[in-house]
Design a protein around this ligand. Structure first.
Ligand SMILES: [Zn+2]
Length: 296
């Protein structure tokens, strides 16, 4: 190799090194900044909706799993023929099903427990009247699904054994509300009073963080909006109306914060609703709204 060639190589290397230096200087602050601002944290909590009796009672079971520990639970698996294939797929994928969880004892929520238990020998966690119940968690007690933290919230009224389950995985929050809270509505007062529903919705569930996603026991949103529009008009109700017209499923798409705006049963202090019901006390407004909805 001649001296000229070696010199040429050196110059080319120096030029390339300085170019590389410029590129690193130019882009590294952005790279470092983007890493600090948006850390890549894999989401561990997965919620799979399983529609049941679609077109008639439009129930939902939910298969909740934790990616970190491969633990999974099934919430309200009322119709085994529609649920079992999903459970099999999940366990075939390496997950361990640890619990059946029920929101209340009604047949279209807890009616599948016996059949599911034949295939999976796991405990039933739920209200005191649920089939095969092994444990009824007390109000505000906590348990876990792998790394997901669960808080049981007693919300009696639709039934006396109604329990909602609040799940937290870091910044990811969800509440499974059975027939207590629906998107834009609430369950019928089969075993309870307007006072109990007022407490369940507007004290217990309303106290959850506003960004908590709501997963109810039924897809009833279209009917709920139809009633809401008769008694109240606001932007949130218009938005919910548009969404439910365009989308068949609404579970997990709205939050507790949204419910406070578009759910008339969570707006019992709204002057327009006081006017339309002719009541001022929030419990009386709740009772009057439920009667109007039942008769609509
Ligand atoms: Zn029910």
């Amino acid at each position: 190799m001649t001296l000229t060639t070696t010199l040429r190589h050196c110059i080319v290397t120096i030029v390339l090194m300085s170019l590389l230096g410029t590129v690193i200087k130019r882009y590294s602050p952005t790279l470092i900044r983007s890493r600090i601002v948006k850390p890549v944290t894999p989401r561990a909590m997965h919620i799979q909706s399983i529609p049941m009796w679609e077109g008639s009672s439009n129930n939902y079971a939910y298969l909740v799993s934790d990616d970190k520990t491969k633990e999974a639970v099934i919430i309200d698996p009322a119709n085994p023929s529609e649920v079992l294939p999903h459970l099999k797929a999940k366990t075939d994928a390496g997950f361990k099903l640890s619990k059946i969880i029920n929101t209340h004892h009604h047949h279209d929520h807890a009616g599948g427990n016996k059949e599911i238990s034949k295939s999976y020998d796991i405990p039933v966690i739920g209200g005191r009247d649920c089939a095969l119940v092994a444990e009824t968690p007390s109000h505000k007690s906590k348990f876990s699904i792998g790394s997901i933290n669960v808080t049981a919230l007693h919300t009696p009224c639709h039934t006396q054994d109604s329990i909602c389950y609040f799940l937290e995985d870091g910044q990811d929050r969800a509440v499974f509300t059975g027939d207590t809270l629906f998107i834009g509505g609430c369950g019928r007062f089969f075993e309870g009073t307007p006072e109990q529903m007022h407490k369940s919705l507007n004290q217990v569930l309303a106290a959850l963080p506003d960004d908590t996603k709501v997963y109810p026991g039924h897809e009833y949103t279209k009917g709920n909006v139809k009633f809401a529009k008769k008694v109240l008009s606001n932007d949130a109700i218009t938005k919910l109306d548009e969404y439910s017209q365009a989308n068949k499923e609404t579970q997990g798409k709205f939050t507790i914060g949204d419910e406070k705006k578009h759910n008339v049963f969570m707006r019992v202090d709204d002057p327009e609703l006081q006017k339309v019901t002719g009541k001022t006390d929030p419990v009386d407004v709740m009772g009057a709204l439920r009667t109007m909805k039942d008769n609509s």
